[in-house]
Design a binder for this molecule. Structure first.
Ligand SMILES: NC(=O)c1ccc[n+]([C@@H]2O[C@H](COP(=O)([O-])OP(=O)(O)OC[C@H]3O[C@@H](n4cnc5c(N)ncnc54)[C@H](OP(=O)(O)O)[C@@H]3O)[C@@H](O)[C@H]2O)c1
Length: 319
């Protein structure tokens, strides 16, 4: 079991790491040290500054460093968890090397999504840096035999599944979806997923459990697009006009975005291709049963709460 943990990329308000931070706040007693990495060379708006003060007031440690490459920042931690977003994922090999030098022997890379080893996922643009990070961990394990990691896989986070990045226009109740109405994906709410993740931190690394090179697959349900739109219509009270497109045409959208140098559009198109091929359907068996005390919320309840929140206007493009 881990005693001292360092979270990277978990200060940003509303990010997935932020959900995990909120769970840890409820449940800190299992750990002697919980710290948050503040990369001081990164931009810091008022919300981020306020969050750092809040974390300090709650008794958490803030580790400040101007980059991720210096081993000093990682000294004394037995587990480092990365929650870096898409644009920061390329930094993970640097983080892993610096932390190994400082003595860290366990990593949670920023996965928290589909199983990248499934179907055609491994070679998709969207997962390029997640794949590189896995390859780096596995390469380093050849020199550092006690190196371990946890791949925490969840499919998709329900709250994020219906945003414009993935073809939803909630303001006008329209959507353009690559794939079919019968296409499925695995969904779980961000809060529930964070709760399960914190439980995995408490499981021993013993061979009787999952050892020290672990994969957890934990999700909520596998709705089809037709079912997701039924829920959206109940939650928003509006009928969605949905166009289903030939999934392989997402490749053209990806190529156009790449030619235009628009990385976000390229990632969005790549994700639509993955999604349309059911690449975010999390393979069974799932590990939910290891933590029977958690009962994940359904899609309806999750989206109802998400659309009712203050954040909704921005996140769902309703402004
Ligand atoms: N499966 C799903 O549906 C789903 C949904 C959401 C997220 N996720 C996964 O969860 C993880 C985190 O995603 P997120 O959306 O929460 O991330 P995010 O909000 O985009 O970023 C998280 C943090 O990463 C750091 N960061 C971002 N860009 C960076 C850059 N260019 N250089 C250095 N640091 C950078 C920032 O921290 P600082 O400002 O402190 O540097 C930021 O607050 C990812 O692996 C993502 O794929 C999965």
């Amino acid at each position: 079991m881990f005693k001292s943990i360092l979270l990277i990329g978990a200060i940003g308000v509303g990010s997935f790491g932020d959900y995990v931070a909120h769970e840890l706040i409820k449940n800190p007693t299992n750990f002697t040290r919980i710290a948050f990495f503040n990369n001081t060379s990164r931009p810091a708006d008022e919300a981020k500054k306020a969050r750092i003060q809040e974390l300090k007031a709650q008794g958490f440690e803030i580790i400040e460093a101007a980059d991720y490459a210096s081993p000093k920042a990682y000294e004394g931690f037995d587990c480092v968890l990365s929650f870096l977003g898409n644009h920061g994922l390329y930094l993970q090999p640097t983080i892993i090397d610096a932390a190994i030098e400082a003595g860290v022997r366990h990593f949670y890379p920023s996965e928290y999504g589909a199983d990248v080893t499934e179907g055609q996922n491994w070679t998709q643009r969207y997962y390029k840096y997640k794949v590189q990070t896995r390859e780096h961990l596995e390469a380093r394990a050849r020199d550092v035999p006690d190196l371990g990691w946890t791949y925490y896989l969840l499919g998709r986070l329900t709250e994020w599944s219906v945003i414009s990045h993935f073809g939803f226009d909630n303001k006008n109740a329209k959507a353009k979806i690559y794939g079919t109405a019968a296409g499925r994906q695995s969904l779980i709410s961000a809060g529930d997923s964070a709760r399960y993740l914190v439980e995995t931190l408490k499981e021993p690394l013993s061979p009787e459990a999952k050892g020290n090179r672990r994969t957890y697959r934990i999700s909520g349900s596998n709705p089809t697009y037709a079912e997701i739109f039924e829920v959206l219509e109940r939650v928003t009270g509006r009928k969605y006009d949905v166009a289903y497109l030939d999934v392989e045409k997402a490749k053209q959208e990806e190529a156009q975005a790449q030619a235009a140098g628009d990385v976000d559009a390229e990632l969005a198109a790549s994700h639509k291709l993955i999604q349309g091929r059911e690449g975010t359907l999390l393979p069974q068996p799932w590990d939910n049963d290891r933590f029977p005390q958690i009962h994940p919320k359904g899609v309806d309840e999750t989206l109802r709460a998400a659309f009712a929140s203050e954040h909704a206007k921005k996140v769902y493009g309703l402004e």
